[in-house]
Design a protein around this ligand. Structure first.
Ligand code: D61
Ligand code: MG
Length: 428
């Protein structure tokens, strides 16, 4: 099925076949789970079961960082499972979120009352916390502080009930994903694999998270709305519908898509920061770990932009596309090339009458600035624009020639001066 979906994209077919036969060398590791401490092994199993998108890239990190990031992921996944669980009463939930980081040091603590799909990380939290306590003090401090700040931010937003302004949208995304970008950057530095600047420039690290989280929120609109989870900022949707739910109504589709385009425009404004951040990374495993999710995000945004399907189902990128990107997220040059490709593809889809059309183009141009290019469509289906122009002229000329020659011989002869016409056999 994956192969069929990629049929119009030959380069994806190759990547898929390679992936299916020899596996993915970018994220494959010679990880020996059998030799590992049984509790750490269970943690890797929880990671595998709770994350499709981050498991492979975390496993491919260099040794020390791999354990730290795996535990960091599980701790925050546990916290997020509390946030997402609609069966826990608001007061109980907020109290738990605010004190959750303290549970890291409570031997044997776990939480058995969640109904969420990822509840295994709460049911088995005593195992995760005991592995946490084996990490270096520097790692423990980073993870615990990040968990404390995220829990308090989540509780704050649960009490507010709505994400009102665009500023609040950035704030919410900072708590749930920007803090992860900041925490991860500190872990990279603490492990000695990256330069101090990566950890101290929190604005860029925050943008890494915002780009991923906004993409998730944009993509999951339909699924979240039917479950009564509202993450699109009111300031944006109020211009296009009476309520967030009304954006799902087919009769409002034109407005809904305009709203979608506005939020995609907001998200792509993080691209320059993302590229600057990635450009500073030195370690290959850290680079792949950071770049792959960002590439998936831009491909997802490209698929979502101006696409009414976002309001009907969960829009996904093709497996072939994902595999191709994983294989191509290994250097900043390749990443920029892919980013350009997706930005240009969005640029081609900007509707002339979209009220954010010029803002979208400006944002895309900033994303492309690293190459110094303006958003001008130079090619279509990979054929240079000039080639298409001359090709069309030739084709039209040929068609006209055929038409005149076969269908209208008399029409043709009417253009021919009389004295020449006599010599033509058919013109009598
Ligand atoms: C480099 C590499 C990975 C990065 C990064 C920089 C910067 C930020 C992030 C990863 C975090 C990205 C979050 C985007 C996915 N969103 C969610 O999972 C939502 O929950 C957010 C709170 C929990 C965050 C847990 C997390 C995620 C990825 C990690 C990590 C921790 C630790 C280490 C590595 C990666 C979302 O989940 C529901 C869903 O998407 O189904 C939500 O509830 O809103
Ligand atoms: Mg959540």
């Amino acid at each position: 099925m994956d192969l069929v979906k990629s049929l119009p994209h030959p380069e994806e077919i190759l990547a898929l076949l390679k992936f299916k036969t020899i596996g993915c060398s970018t994220v494959n590791t010679k990880l020996n789970l059998k030799k590992m401490d049984p509790d750490m092994r269970r943690c890797f199993e929880y990671l595998k079961m709770t994350s499709r998108s981050f498991c492979a890239v975390i496993m491919a990190l260099d040794e020390d960082l791999r354990y730290g990031v795996c535990i960091y992921y599980l701790v925050l996944r546990a916290l997020d499972t509390v946030e997402d669980d609609m069966t826990i009463a608001l007061d109980t939930k907020c109290a738990l979120l605010e004190t959750f980081y303290q549970k890291l040091n409570v031997v044997g603590w776990n939480f058995n009352n969640s109904k969420e799909k990822d509840r295994m990380v709460l049911d088995n939290f005593q195992i995760i916390s005991s592995e946490f306590r084996k990490l270096s003090p520097a790692f423990q401090q980073i993870i615990s502080g990040s968990c404390r700040d995220m829990g308090s931010g989540m509780a704050q937003f649960l009490k507010r009930k709505v994400i009102d302004s665009m500023t609040e949208w950035d704030e919410y995304c900072h708590y749930v994903a920007g803090l992860v970008g900041i925490g991860l950057s500190r872990l990279f530095v603490a492990s000695g694999l990256e330069e101090p600047i990566v950890g101290s420039d929190e604005r860029l690290a925050n943008s890494m998270g915002l780009f991923l989280q906004k993409t998730n929120i944009i993509r999951d609109f339909q699924e979240d709305t039917v479950q009564d989870r509202l993450f699109w900022p009111r300031e944006a949707w109020i211009k296009y519908g009476a309520s967030q739910k009304s954006l799902l109504s087919p009769s409002n589709m034109h407005n809904s898509v305009a709203c979608l385009n506005e939020l995609v425009t907001n998200a792509i404004q993080h691209i320059p920061d993302v590229l600057t951040y990635l450009g500073r990374l030195k370690n290959q495993s850290v680079f792949n770990f950071c770049a792959i999710p960002q590439m998936m995000a831009i491909a997802t945004l490209e698929r979502c932009y101006n696409n009414p399907d976002v309001f009907r189902m969960n829009v996904k990128i093709r497996k072939g596309e994902a595999v191709l990107m994983i294989g191509n997220s290994t250097s900043i040059e390749l990443v920029k090339e892919f980013m350009d490709k997706y930005c240009l593809s969005i640029a081609r889809k900007v509707p002339e009458n979209d009220r954010n059309a010029s803002a979208t183009r400006v944002a895309l141009q900033a994303g492309l600035r690293n190459k110094g290019g303006a958003v001008v469509v130079h090619s279509f289906l990979g054929i240079p624009r000039d080639g298409i122009f001359y090709g069309l002229i030739l084709l039209m000329g040929w068609k006209y020639y055929l038409w005149i020659k076969d269908v209208k011989p008399t029409f043709l002869s009417s253009f021919i001066p009389r004295r020449w016409a006599y010599s033509l056999p058919d013109s009598r």
